[in-house]
Design a protein. Structure first.
Ligand SMILES: *Cc1c(COP(=O)(O)O)cnc(C)c1O
Length: 362
């Protein structure tokens, strides 16, 4: 007798995360290592957030509030939605997984862009879905082709806005055009993990779309701008009926108590995070200018990360060379982006270190 393994799961290509800093230190015997590989905030959470976490520590013997009561109220007020329109998750990855579990059966179809965030495909493959991958067009979503890809079997469409790894966004009129003609039975998941970074007048106001469309689920996270990647908390916003449906799928205590307290404190410390946004904007500008000076081309980004093209010595060799210098970046070959590196915008010091290292490599 052998265990009956599921074929759909055996077919999944596992997600490979960016290497942790300590692992690289150990393996290469380096003292000074920086990580620009996973689009994390290079800055710690605000002092107020850290204090809140500390104050919550003695209560760790208790289960968390399964309903995220205080965070739910505050966030609903900030977003101008009903508290019952929110679903919290152990990172927004969990919301993505719940959406797939809730709406996708074996043999159904899921439409994604390619390349895009790998979790969309992985979660869908686990459910036994067939993936319809629509290539990006010059790094932008090809929304008309994605709409073309919808069939009677389609249950879910993933739209990253802005997308990872391209860093591009689509506009209000583009999404409105796209949604016209999408059957109301198809869930459209709009992943806004980077929405806090986007500064563009024509960026989608997705919360407004919820008034007209009942088949939209918006996901956001505290992992990026708010610097809580290690605590794991994100959320989905949708219509009440859909959220109530998905809520049945989650585990009762899926969001830990420290994450809840920390996320609430983030929302109450707007000034700190506005400062961080300024620094990221300056960092992006600094990197653009210096990449240009090095003669390297890059993909203009509306997020905290940038794709850099490296024909010489080639992205995978460059990533290895950077690693030896204590800089962890992403070689994007596995995403089908030959000779592209994805780097996260770091602190001043980190950005300078990256540029200096790139100068030595190219
Ligand atoms: C980082 C990221 C997420 C967020 O993941 P969490 O589980 O909230 O940490 C979601 N979508 C995309 C495209 C991302 O890059």
């Amino acid at each position: 007798m052998r265990l009956a393994l599921k074929k759909a799961i055996l077919n999944v290509k596992p997600y490979v995360p960016g290497k942790p800093i300590n692992e690289v230190k150990r393996e290469l015997g380096l003292k000074d290592v920086i990580k620009l590989a996973s689009n994390e905030s290079p800055y710690p959470p605000s002092p107020k957030v850290l204090k809140t976490i500390q104050e919550a520590l003695p209560e760790l013997n208790r289960y968390p509030d399964g309903n995220c009561y205080y965070l739910r109220r505050k966030l609903a007020e900030n977003l101008g939605v009903d508290p019952r329109q929110l679903l919290f998750g152990n990172g927004s990855d969990e919301i993505i997984v719940l959406a797939v579990r809730g709406f996708v059966n074996e043999g159904d179809e899921v439409v994604v862009a390619e390349p895009s965030f790998l979790i969309y495909e992985i979660a869908s493959q686990i459910a036994g879905a067939n993936i319809k991958a629509v290539p990006l067009k010059d790094f932008y979503y090809d929304l008309p082709q994605m709409k073309e890809a919808v069939t009677k079997k389609t249950k879910l469409i993933f739209l990253g806005n802005p997308d990872n790894p391209s860093g591009k966004y689509f506009t209000q009129s583009q999404i409105e055009q796209f949604l016209e003609g999408i059957p109301p039975s198809v869930l459209v998941l709009i992943d806004e993990a980077y929405y806090e970074y986007v500064q563009a007048d024509d960026y989608v106001n997705s919360l407004n779309l919820l008034k007209k469309y009942k088949n939209i689920l918006i996901t956001r996270t505290f992992s990026k701008m708010y610097g809580l990647a290690g605590l794991r908390i994100g959320y989905g916003v949708g219509n009440q009926e859909m959220i109530n449906y998905l809520d049945r799928l989650r585990e009762p205590f899926n969001v830990n108590s420290l994450a809840q307290a920390a996320a609430l404190a983030c929302l109450e410390d707007k000034r700190y995070y506005a400062e961080l946004l300024k620094k990221i904007n300056e960092g992006r500008k600094f990197l653009y200018e210096n990449l240009k000076e090095l003669g390297l081309s890059y993909v203009e980004s509306f997020t905290n990360f940038i794709l850099i093209k490296l024909d010489k010595p080639g992205a995978s060799l460059a990533a290895q060379n950077l690693l030896k210098k204590g800089i962890i970046v992403r070689d994007m070959s596995a995403w089908g982006l030959k000779n592209y590196l994805r780097i996260t915008i770091g602190t001043d010091v980190e950005n300078k270190k990256l540029i200096k290292a790139l100068e030595e490599i190219v």
